[in-house]
Design a protein around this ligand. Sequence first.
Ligand code: AMP
Ligand code: ZN
Length: 465
Amino acid sequence: MSLRLHNSLTRRVEPFEPLDPTRVTMYVCGPTVYNYVHIGNARPYVVFGLLARLLRRIYPKVVYARNITDVDDKINAAAREAGVPIEQITQGYAAAFFEDMEKLGVDAPDVNPHATAHITQIVAMCERLIASGHAYAAEGHVLFDVSSYADYGHLSGRSLEDMIAGARVEVAPYKKNPADFVLWKPSSDDLPGWDSQWGRGRPGWHIECSAMAEAHLGETIDIHAGGNDLMFPHHENEIAQSTCAHGGKVFARWWLHNGMLTFDGKKMSKSIGNVLRLHELLAKHPPEVLRCLLLSGHYRQPLDWSDSALAQARATLDGWYGTLRDLADVEMETASDLPTEVEAALLDDLNTPKALAAIARLAAEARRQTTPDGKAAAKAALRAGAGFLGLLTQDPEAWFQHSGAAEAIDANWVQGLLDERIAARKAKDFARADAIRAELATRNIVIEDGAQGTRWKVVAPTDAG
Ligand code: AMP
Ligand code: ZN
């Protein structure tokens, strides 16, 4: 079984082969830190983070870089609006981003390059592009000359005319061609800027990724990924810059693009304003529920966010955690390796819906086991399969006590009420016992009386009654 990935360059699923199996390289476009990221932004980091995990299983060394764009006009605008220094915006939101990623169970990449720490490399790349006739300086700007690169538009399958019409690119007197894009632009004194031979200025967005990928991964990288909204112009421009700066060498051998997370059918986007901030969702929902929802669709397809999708993800996890709780007394002798079915689904162009279906079958199998050995093996397989996807990483009791709670429920408080309820029932004070059940329901806690005593769990608000 080997890894197959869809390559946007060929528009086909192809067997993945790294250039150097002893050092597999991957670059993912990171966030522009001018605000909290939304749950849509989290999709590429969750799915491509999972891909990095899969690559690490197969290859001895993987270098995964995910940048932080910390110089951008949106950042300047946010700082001006808030009346605070730029660094306060970029450092604050970058820290919030790292924190959110950790909560969401996204493995840290090997490198987190910041654009502002790569100005020297950016300037050097501009110089090389000018020297090789692919860029020109004009009125304090450096522009990429798109007519100098015959393959411009290849990734997104657009002609130069389409791109000019579609991108509504700025027509400026200093541009030779309206489609020429900015590598460097002048900064007024109130804006961030660095001295250069073209005057004090700052980089354009696209060149940042080209320079950071080169600095940390080399001239040709195995995988470059990001959302499909970045295919044009961002990725198209990265290809043009890097290929021309490297004497025509291939920049990224595989291009992977995730589909958009939508909300009411529309792309979730800060500019439309229909965003749900990851930060706030993480305060309301267990991170695994958000992860499970993000992995419930194939990464290349659009995925619609809705309350019912959220409830579905929750119900799925409740079911699996329920299985683990029923098997709480079963000792797992040894941890299982990643179950074959789950691995096969992931190797098949990261088919996470198929992987989740395989995990559901592992859970069903675990419930069917009757012997101690059978139970132990099935439990270990379930834990290993789900764990690889960053799910079922908690203790089941903790899961049922905390999941879905807007604020953490105090387990001692619940236990106190349950003890009181037992006493009330013994004394045949059923009215008090019912009142306790009702009081717990107001906090979305349901109780289940069973052979082993009374269990409680936190449920979605509508289920508590
Ligand atoms: P940005 O900070 O806007 O550059 O976005 C960071 C990452 O999130 C990029 O890879 C985008 O392609 C991706 N992205 C933005 N919006 C969405 C969305 N609604 N669904 C999925 N990915 C998105
Ligand atoms: Zn990028």
